[in-house]
Design a protein around this ligand. Sequence first.
Ligand code: FNR
Length: 336
Amino acid sequence: MSSKLFSPYTIKNITLKNRIVMSPMCMYSSLHKDGKVTDWHITHYATRAVGGVGLIMLEATAVAPEGRISYEDLGIWSEEHIEGLSELVRQIHANDAKAAIQLGHAGRKAVLDEPALSPSAIPFPEMKMPVEATKEDINNVIASFREGARRAKEAGFDVIEIHGAHGYLISEFLSPLVNHREDEYGGTAEKRYRLLEETIEAVKTVWTGPLFVRVSANEYGDNGNSLKQFIDYSCKMKEQGVDLIDCSSGGVVPANIEIFPGYQVNLADQIRKQAGIATGAVGLITSAVQAEEILGNERADLIFLGRELLRNPYWAYSAAKELRTEIERPRQYFRS
Ligand code: FNR
């Protein structure tokens, strides 16, 4: 039986061997506040490549030191980061997977000693007061994403994802719940999009490969952006040449979210249909049948797995068995 989950997927110059993506997950495992790749990262990511995942996406990797969530975050703000990241890419490739990196800036959710940047001086509840970004700060952020993308290219990544979700800097600019600016970066939906728009353009000056953007397509706050708004934003991203919208939700303001299997799939489905762009579905997807249903009914193009891959790095092999699909495995495992 052929399954959609194990069918290849081509985006621009890259073909993924299947539709399974390791969702970006912070490991907070860089040492000495230096943002560098450690043995932990190599073992952790290479294991999921051995486990048959088609695309391994690295955790939110900070494009600027003040854009880290914590001092233990991975970073890509300096040339010194390229060596470790290249080695990580090499190990992922050696185990027959493609490598992606999520570029991020924590904005007002940074937990560092230095001041945190935000579109407006409004703290995330119970966190410290951030500073309102000046025009110069915004220009620096955009340049940092561009330089991060250039370094990611040098390190050999196949895919770049811009982190525009979960209430970090880009998501803060998008959201009327956090962005109360009255200059060209706030005040209307179009102006709130400007930071992401300019970031995408800046990344495109150094990167022609597959480009994903993760968004929180449900902000769960009264007066937050609606799904309809994210469909409009996705149309704009499509026009700008973004290849796929990775559809997550939440994190912008505290909220009691009702979660259940596939609780965010509807976002991927609606954006895919109404904006006509490829999407990734994520969130409590744990079984092969569930993944196959999402893909088979054309509700998303890729399946992002987070916690399930932390529990079971070899998920792909049991999923293939469940879907009665023959897949290649490392030759060393042929007896299993
Ligand atoms: C996450 N998540 C996350 N998301 C993101 O965009 N960038 C990140 O760096 C992280 N970091 C992170 C760390 C850990 C330990 C977890 C569990 C989650 C969210 C993650 O990518 C995913 O969207 C959610 O976990 C929902 O998917 P699952 O876990 O239900 O498959």
